[in-house]
Design a protein around this ligand. Structure first.
Ligand SMILES: [Mg+2]
Length: 259
């Protein structure tokens, strides 16, 4: 991984503005800082301002594991694309099955973790098409992680488990991942290139696409990540948005001049 904010690397970002490109961002930990309770996550006024301006210039997408309604209520404006539940929309085949599976999992995990094992500081969030088990508030995070994984191993339906920072995501097999949703969006927008910014292990599905027309940025440097570039801290996303606005505005002005 390379730092994004160097002269050479910013050229890569600038070159996106010269072509028709899609700009996509994850929400938690990327646009919004990670907070104790996932219910309280929100974007800063500054991030909101930049995103809203960028949405007027380029096709903008927010892709998250949160469901679409929850996501929209936290953005305070309507970007061109809000993709919730990792991209599982109402037209996707198997939606009913995935919803039913998540309901079953949610009941099973509540019983297993909160009642039988009596673990404290654990939150089970049913996102509809996936389950997130948060253990940010747990006193012994290592022990909690193990107990959660043990319970997950007893689920009856096959699942895909993605480990995050203080969260374990459980996704029914067949639910699309962020990488597939991102590519679908690129095709739909008919763009030549794209930017994707994320912070977590579910974002690795996009980072590992490894296409030379996709620029990938991770919040935080991480040894095994497939992202090309990194930002040191979440707040740096504002600097990134400012750069994107500058590059795209500059180009719009130039094009307006020729019209
Ligand atoms: Mg995230």
């Amino acid at each position: 991984m390379k730092p994004l904010f160097t002269e050479d690397n910013l050229v890569v970002l600038e070159s996106l503005a010269k072509r028709r490109a899609l700009y996509a961002f994850d929400f938690d930990g990327t646009l919004a800082p990670i907070v104790q309770s996932h219910e309280e996550a929100q974007i800063s006024k500054m991030t909101y301002g930049y995103l809203k301006q960028l949405n007027d210039l380029v096709p903008l997408a927010i892709i998250s594991g949160r469901n679409e309604k929850d996501l929209e209520s936290r953005l305070l404006f309507k970007p061109k694309y809000v993709i919730g539940s990792h991209g599982f929309d109402e037209e996707s085949p198997g939606l009913g099955e995935a919803l039913e599976t998540c309901n079953q999992w949610s009941r099973f995990l509540e019983n297993s973790l909160l009642i039988e094992k009596n673990l404290l500081g654990i939150e089970i969030e049913n996102k509809g098409c996936s389950i997130a088990v948060h253990f940010r508030k747990a006193e012994d995070k290592g022990k909690s992680r193990l107990e959660i994984l043990n319970s997950i191993a007893n689920l009856e339906t096959s699942s895909r488990v993605i480990l995050g920072k203080a969260v374990i995501n459980i996704i029914p097999s067949g639910v699309p991942n962020k990488g597939a949703s991102f590519l679908k969006l690129m095709m739909h927008e008919q763009v030549e290139s794209a930017l994707y910014v994320g912070d977590d292990d579910t974002d690795e599905d996009v980072f590992s696409l490894n296409y030379n027309n996709i620029v990938t940025v991770r919040i935080g440097e991480k040894e095994n990540s497939n992202a090309q570039f990194y930002l040191k801290v979440q707040n740096d996303v504002n600097k990134l948005l400012r750069h994107l606005l500058d590059y795209n505005r500059h180009l719009h002005k130039k094009n307006a001049h020729f019209l």
